[in-house]
Write a protein that binds this ligand. Structure first.
Ligand SMILES: Nc1ncnc2c1ncn2[C@@H]1O[C@H](COP(=O)(O)OP(=O)(O)OP(=O)(O)O)[C@@H](O)[C@H]1O
Ligand SMILES: [Mg+2]
Length: 406
């Protein structure tokens, strides 16, 4: 019962985690779209207001130009309140022939001389024309006949331009911030995980060391006694001590920087399989395939054995103790050593493929969900290699691929 609960608990935990990630992504998307949409609303309102303002500006200029009453107070007031008061929208009033007449709210570089200013304003006119068509104002004579035209060019105020880009700048800054925080967080989490792995492994190796050397001494003592020398008990004890030594050496290798030695992978795997074959169901057949008799790669033998053992044990479980494991070893074009381990088991559903290497993920009653985490750690962190599921099909089997640097 407890095991089933444990299993369900683990699955729920992993599922909830991916649901949470999904929720955060959706939320981030809506915040992003929402903030762009809202700023766009404001930008459009402001645009409308600026449009009105510039039209008023144009009308005023037109009225002033055609004013025959002389500069009375009303005219001055209009001029002050509308023309002078526009301190935000950049405008250029140009003659019919395109020559600029006056300009306002433009940042003309101080270093320019007369001709250069003219050129600058003409370029600016083209730029403005691409944003908005100019407003035409008519100059009339005293009879009210139009004798000339002037053009008012204008563009968005810098406030409006800034506001248009603001949400993108803001969202980019926030995204960079979150990305950096995520990096820092995952870096510190990896560092913490490393400390836990290394610490636990070292401590286990250390704890096993004392009773193990004591046991070895006892066996030597028994061997020296003619009564026990060739008895089963001494042989069995010897075997168990060898197994304990192997476990200790695995833990001590995980707990320190492991020494990698150039080994013939074919032989390493053959020895490992010979050892395993006697310990698993006799209805599971393990076949080795390799074209070359020698495939050299740098490995730490106790750790690499552990990898093969874990993957094969999982395969045996997936086949419920009946089936075939094919191990294919080869060298790739780039000189890498490729090891494919294929079983004829129940396969891994696509939805779980991304999770099987996560610590604590198991679908077994008595599983810890640590086997593949350890395997990945050994291959990627200690051997700078790669491990992944090459293929998996329901009820047909799974193939794991290990890539080592040759
Ligand atoms: N060859 C395989 N075929 C099908 N499913 C597999 C295979 N190998 C692994 N799995 C799935 O991946 C899960 C995680 O495997 P892992 O070895 O990490 O943990 P475990 O075997 O459940 O427990 P333990 O910690 O005892 O190894 C398994 O529970 C199983 O569902
Ligand atoms: Mg396992």
């Amino acid at each position: 019962m407890k095991d089933t609960l444990n299993e369900v608990g683990n699955l729920v935990l992993v599922k909830n985690k991916s649901k949470l990630n999904y929720l955060i992504l959706v939320l981030a998307f809506f915040i992003g779209v929402g903030s762009i949409y809202y700023t766009n609303l404001i930008v459009n309102q402001l645009k409308k207001r600026e449009q009105n303002q510039i039209e008023l500006f144009a009308k005023t200029l037109e009225t002033l130009a055609n004013d025959n009453t002389g500069f009375n107070d009303n005219v001055m007031l209009l001029f002050e309140e509308i023309v002078v008061a526009n301190e935000t929208i950049p405008v250029i009033v140009a003659y019919k022939n395109g020559e600029p007449k006056i300009h306002k709210n433009l940042k003309v570089p101080a270093a320019l001389n007369g001709d250069e200013i003219d050129l600058f304003l003409k370029e600016e006119i083209e730029n403005m024309r691409s944003q908005y068509p100019p407003i035409v104002i008519a100059n009339k004579n005293q009879k009210g006949e139009v004798f000339n035209y002037e053009y008012i060019f204008y563009k968005n105020s810098s406030l409006l331009t800034q506001l248009q880009f603001y949400p993108y700048v803001q969202l980019t800054v926030i995204a960079i911030f979150f990305f950096l925080s995520y990096l820092a967080f995952s870096f510190s989490r990896t560092a913490e995980q490393n400390r836990v792995w290394v610490g636990l492994a070292k401590e286990t190796a250390h704890q096993l060391g004392t009773p193990l050397s004591s046991l070895m001494a006892w066996v030597e003592y028994l061997k020296a006694d003619p009564e026990y020398e060739n008895k089963d008990i001494t042989r069995e004890l010897d075997k168990d001590i060898k197994k304990l030594e192997l476990i200790t050496s695995r833990f001590s290798s995980i707990g320190s920087v492991p020494v990698l030695k150039e080994e013939n992978i074919v032989e390493v795997i053959r020895t490992s399989i010979n050892y395993l074959q006697t310990r698993i169901s006799s209805k599971v057949k393990i076949n080795l395939h390799h074209e070359q008799p020698e495939l050299l790669a740098k490995v730490n033998k106790p750790l690499f054995d552990w990898v093969i053992e874990n993957i094969c044990k999982n395969a045996v479980d997936a086949m419920s103790g009946v089936g075939i494991i094919d191990i294919n070893m080869s060298r790739s074009g780039e000189g890498k050593i490729i090891i494919d381990i294929a079983d004829t088991g129940k396969g891994i559903p696509k939805s779980l493929v991304a999770q099987i290497f996560q610590p604590g993920f198991t679908t077994k009653k008595r599983g810890w969900g640590l086997g593949l985490t350890l395997v990945k750690r050994i291959i990627e962190n200690y051997h700078q290699g790669k491990i992944f599921i090459k293929s998996s099909e329901a009820q047909a089997g799974t193939t794991f691929r290990i890539v080592l640097n040759g």
